[in-house]
Design a protein around this ligand. Structure first.
Ligand code: ADP
Ligand code: MG
Ligand code: ZN
Length: 179
């Protein structure tokens, strides 16, 4: 049995640098000549289907999909698997991550831990329970400049999923966040 498998989770609000951090880890893995495969949920079509792109315009090639079984199928012979926008997947992402880690792979998953109502987003809370390493990042509050861990929706839309950028969301601290 291979015992090197690990699950790393990078979470935090919008604009906190999750994608940036994911790209940083994956680029280093590529420098180490590991085989790397990157996935994101196809709901996030903000910049490109074929890349994950951070707000500071870093980017890395990826595979957009919505069925976690495909992640298993495409991860044969891959050492390191990156997944962005994990909040959009269903709970099966937890079994998939555990199974891949059991095979000795390193899984790095980034996603929003809370939605705009500040409640756990999709499988993220559950996934954090299964993680070996957790990184929780903060953004900068756009009202007062303090550390921000909330994603403030700026529109009146009520759906949990509303893909958007700074025209629809801003990072806020606990005091400036309006529920
Ligand atoms: P995430 O994936 O968490 O949404 P990204 O990695 O895409 O975040 O973007 C992080 C970058 O966003 C920062 O390095 C910074 O350049 C930019 N940015 C824009 N607004 C903010 C903010 N309110 N707080 C922090 N960074 C911000
Ligand atoms: Mg991101
Ligand atoms: Zn604030």
């Amino acid at each position: 049995m291979n015992t090197n498998g690990i699950i790393e989770v990078i979470c935090g609000p919008m604009f906190s640098g999750k994608t940036e951090e994911l790209i940083r880890r994956l680029v280093r893995a590529q420098i180490a000549k590991k085989t790397v495969h990157i996935f994101k949920h196809s709901t996030d079509n903000r910049y490109s289907e074929d890349y994950i792109v951070s707000h500071n315009k870093n980017r890395i090639k990826c595979h957009s999909l919505n069925d976690t079984n495909q992640i298993m199928d495409l991860s044969d012979n891959i050492d390191i698997i990156g997944i962005d926008e994990a909040q959009f997947f269903d709970d099966s992402i937890i079994d998939v991550s555990n199974n891949l880690a059991k095979e000795g792979k390193r899984i790095i998953v980034a996603g929003l831990d809370r939605d705009y109502k500040a409640i756990p987003f999709g499988p993220m809370a559950n996934l954090l329970t299964h993680a070996d390493y957790i990184t929780k990042l903060n953004a900068i509050c756009m009202v007062c400049g303090n550390q921000a861990s909330f994603s403030q929706r700026l529109t009146k839309d009520k759906a949990q999923i509303l893909v958007g950028e700074s025209e629809k969301y801003e990072a806020r601290c606990r005091n400036c966040y309006e529920s």
